[in-house]
Design a protein around this ligand. Structure first.
Ligand code: NDP
Length: 322
């Protein structure tokens, strides 16, 4: 089979297309022939070595396709099932081996590409808006990088809950997409000061929650726009990691909360995974959630996909097709 291999960490050029044998399932595993692999910012962290994994490795944390083989104890799936998963490394490939209990069935009305696009970013947007800070109607949320993969889904979910969404993006084109997804106000944080703008838009009151995946360039200012006892949800570092930080600032800025969540802990149990993926698929089926899959690359062009993602050239989801 063809798969992208990373033998040493570094820039996009360390991802090479290579041939290797189709994997065999262990007792509790299944082998899936991929129809589509999702590209996510976490793949950049692993490729760079910011997140550690043994070398060599096949990147990719998300995929969808058809089961081709199952291990002797993998009773929850059978050959021919359409399935999707996230959180298991190795999806930039024609075939992946996945623990059967991490696979979820894809509803009939959801395509393989949609399933591959919805698992990681959809469930992330879901846990952020429903569990980490369960948004309520009438509350105000600030969503950074709102035209990105997670961003566009999070804006839609927050809007559907009835919250007011203030979004930040880097370009006019991205602003249009954030508006269309349901953002009430959009700030071009590359051109104006989002701290001053948010204070103005909230009449000095501040927002209930900041969903920050940008990190280094936005974190500190984000603390200044929270209402007293508001919550900073730092869930990524697309601009770089947030440096060490003095917790006393949280009391000085209004008894704030800070959390640094990750999807793994919100789908750790099988029942959580099934319920959360079911909720996201349900939103897709009812039309309440729309995916934007504009960036589709052949598997062999994984390097280009990463360059585009890191270069802030993309909106919505990026997929690799084996
Ligand atoms: P995105 O599609 O959101 O791409 C990243 C976006 O970040 C860019 O499009 C850009 O939007 C913005 N950005 C701001 N500054 C920079 C910079 N210096 N370099 C690059 N991009 C920048 O990616 P994903 O949806 O895949 O992921 C979004 C973030 O969410 C990532 O940080 C990721 O790690 C995190 N994440 C966390 C999860 C968790 O559970 N903790 C799960 C999933 C994702 P703009 O041009 O508008 O500024």
């Amino acid at each position: 089979m063809r798969a992208i291999q990373v033998k040493q960490v570094g820039g996009p050029e360390v991802m090479e297309l290579a041939e290797s044998p189709v994997p065999q399932p262990k007792a509790n595993e299944a082998v899936v022939k991929l129809a589509a692999s999702g590209v996510n910012f976490i793949d950049v962290y692993f490729r760079e070595g910011r997140y550690k994994t043994p070398l060599p490795f096949i990147p990719g944390q998300e995929g969808a396709g058809v089961v081709t083989a199952v291990g002797s104890e993998a009773s929850s799936v059978k050959a021919g099932d359409r399935v999707a998963w996230t959180g298991i490394q190795g999806a930039y490939s024609e075939y992946a081996v996945v623990p059967a209990e991490r696979l979820v069935p894809i509803p009939q009305s959801v395509s393989d590409r949609e399933a591959a696009a919805a698992m990681l970013q959809g469930m992330t947007a879901h846990y952020l808006s429903h569990d980490t800070y369960p948004l309520k109607q009438g509350q105000t949320a600030l969503v950074h990088a709102a035209a990105g993969g997670v961003g566009l889904l999070l804006v839609q979910m927050a809007h559907n809950i009835g919250a007011r969404v203030i979004a930040t993006v880097s370009t006019e084109e991205k602003a249009k997409l954030a508006h269309a997804a349901g953002a009430h106000e959009v700030i071009l944080y590359t051109q104006s000061d989002f701290e001053a703008e948010t204070k103005r838009l909230t009449g000095g009151k501040g927002v209930d929650v900041v969903y920050d995946s940008v990190g280094k360039t936005t974190f500190e200012k984000g603390l200044n726009i929270l209402r007293p006892r508001g919550m900073m949800v730092l869930f990524g570092g697309s601009s770089g990691a947030v440096p060490p930080f003095d917790l006393v600032a949280l009391s000085q800025k209004g008894s704030l909360y800070v959390t640094r969540p990750t999807l793994v802990n919100y789908i750790a149990r099988r029942d959580e995974l099934v319920a959360r993926s079911g909720a996201v698929f349900g939103m897709l089926e009812s039309g309440k959630l729309k995916l934007r899959i504009e960036h589709i690359y052949p598997l062999a062009e994984a390097q280009r996909a990463h360059r585009d993602l890191e270069g802030r050239k993309t909106t919505g989801k990026l997929l690799l097709i084996p």
